[in-house]
Ligand binder design. Structure first.
Ligand code: FE2
Length: 260
């Protein structure tokens, strides 16, 4: 079974490349399941119900979130009704939505998607490692294919999560830092891992944002309004091949698509 995971979709340029290219990629690569991180899809900050629907219509089955998931208030109501949009499972109790989605892929294979958020240099949420234990215990043993998005700031916390879940899930892929790392591998227990998948959007900027405002903030320490960058639109993804009978990954490949 082939799973495509699309890195953090940033603003309309990120949504645009997904709309233009995804259907063709799914067909030519014979992909059974598409998952994407969508928490930056509304102008870089959050996601709206309309954008989530648009991304689902483009062929994405499950959207994951992270620290920006609540940036657009309308999503609070939407997420409680749309289980295919998940937010980190280790957010405080009482938040709407869920960190876990269990469904069936277009080839009929059941799968689960788990969203977690790191704590180093981020908000002090519940422990993502213990949250992973708790959520994995809720998944029926018939569900062998399990995908985990670890949305975290540091490489160390993401690597640690890969080792912690090795042999228990099919893949642990990092998001949030928006720069793809070159460490894709299948860990000894059969878990596909990459520290960060990279982002989907304009690369002629600073992690997707217009560089002028970012540089102003770095140089002067003054607040600046961040706008989505333009130019060098890329879609950074990983293609994971999973043995659906065991849930073990057979391979992981980094795939980068560009508009030109
Ligand atoms: Fe993030």
């Amino acid at each position: 079974m082939k799973i495509l995971f699309i890195g953090d979709i940033v603003g309309s340029p990120g949504r645009g490349i997904v709309a233009d290219r995804l259907a063709d990629i799914v067909e030519t690569r014979q992909i059974d399941l598409v998952i994407a991180n969508g928490e930056n899809s509304a102008a870089g900050f959050g996601i709206t119900p309309r954008i989530a629907d648009e991304l689902f219509a483009a062929g994405i089955e499950v959207l994951t979130g992270g620290n920006h998931i609540w940036d657009k208030k309308e999503i609070l109501e939407y997420i409680s009704k749309q289980p295919r949009l998940v937010r980190p499972a280790n957010f405080a109790e009482g938040n709407p939505g869920s960190g876990l989605y269990v469904g069936a892929a277009r080839n009929g294979v059941p799968y689960a998607v788990l969203d977690l958020q790191g704590r180093v240099f981020m908000a002090s949420n519940d422990c993502p490692f213990r949250a992973a234990d708790r959520e994995l215990a809720r998944i029926s043993p018939e569900v062998r294919v399990i995908f985990v998005d670890i949305h975290a700031e540091t490489t160390s916390e993401k690597e640690a999560m890969g080792w912690y879940l090795d042999g228990r899930v099919s893949a642990v892929i990092g998001t949030h830092t928006h720069v793809a790392t070159a460490d894709e591998q299948v860990l000894p227990g059969g878990t596909a891992f990459q520290t960060d998948v990279g982002m989907t959007g304009p690369h002629n900027g600073v992690i997707g944002m217009d560089k002028t405002a970012i540089l102003h903030r770095f140089l002067n320490g003054q607040p600046a309004r961040f706008e989505v960058a333009t130019g060098d639109i890329q879609m950074n993804t990983v293609l994971i091949d999973v043995d659906e009978t065991t849930g073990r990954a057979r391979g992981i490949e980094r795939l980068r698509f560009r508009t030109d």
